[in-house]
Design a protein around this ligand. Structure first.
Ligand code: PCA
Length: 199
């Protein structure tokens, strides 16, 4: 039995939904093989890192898969790298907007994702889902959560594998902005099922 934490985020930046939050309601995997704990993270520098590291400490999962929205995407982005910086483009949900904030003064400049990203990429392609490896998770809360989880796992010497996946808007988020790209929930659900079965 593999223990997995799956995280999504609350809505942010004027949106009323976040596709990563919706995804948490549609986790579909074999309960004989996987024990999944969904966790919703706040879009705040103050709490997001604390919530995910406490969950890792409490649950001691085999895997952490975090999801977040990147509104510029029309595909699934498998993040390979987390950087040791927050340089916020917009204020977070607490109104805080840190610039040039080093996440851990003693930490490395970056961590690699420890998820099997090449296998996941291959399996998503075979499932007909547009996917690309990404070499920057940005410098906002998603990168912050990815770095915080990997740094905590490293410091504690846990065997947990962890990484981050960015996803596009849902179609209903494009009605007022039809030039936005989106991915339908049914495809996102298939993506999540494929990612879990790749572990
Ligand atoms: N996306 C943001 C934060 C929350 C989310 O879903 C990001 O890419 O940092």
């Amino acid at each position: 039995m593999k223990k997995i934490i799956i995280t999504g985020f609350e809505p942010f930046e004027k949106e009323t939904i976040n596709p990563s939050q919706e995804l948490l309601k549609h986790i579909d995997c074999d309960p004989n093989l996987f024990q999944v704990q969904p966790i919703l993270l706040p879009v705040t520098v103050k709490e997001a890192g604390k919530v995910i590291t406490k969950a890792i400490d409490d649950i001691r999962p085999d895997y952490v898969i975090s999801f977040g929205l990147n509104g510029k995407l029309s595909h699934i982005a498998l993040e390979r790298v987390a950087l040791n910086i927050v340089d916020a483009r917009i204020p977070d949900n607490n109104g805080e907007q840190p610039h040039d904030m080093i996440i851990n003064q003693e930490g490395p400049v970056a961590y690699w994702s420890t998820l099997p990203v090449r296998t996941i990429e291959q399996n998503l392609k075979e499932a007909g889902i547009p996917v690309k490896l990404s070499y920057s998770a940005g410098t906002y809360i998603c990168n912050y959560v990815m770095y915080s989880a990997l740094d905590f796992i490293e410091k504690r010497g846990f065997q947990t594998k962890s990484g981050f996946i960015h996803i596009p808007f849902l179609p209903e988020q494009c009605l007022e902005n039809p030039l936005r790209s989106s991915m339908d929930l049914s495809l996102l659900k298939k993506m999540l099922k494929t990612v879990i079965s790749s572990l």
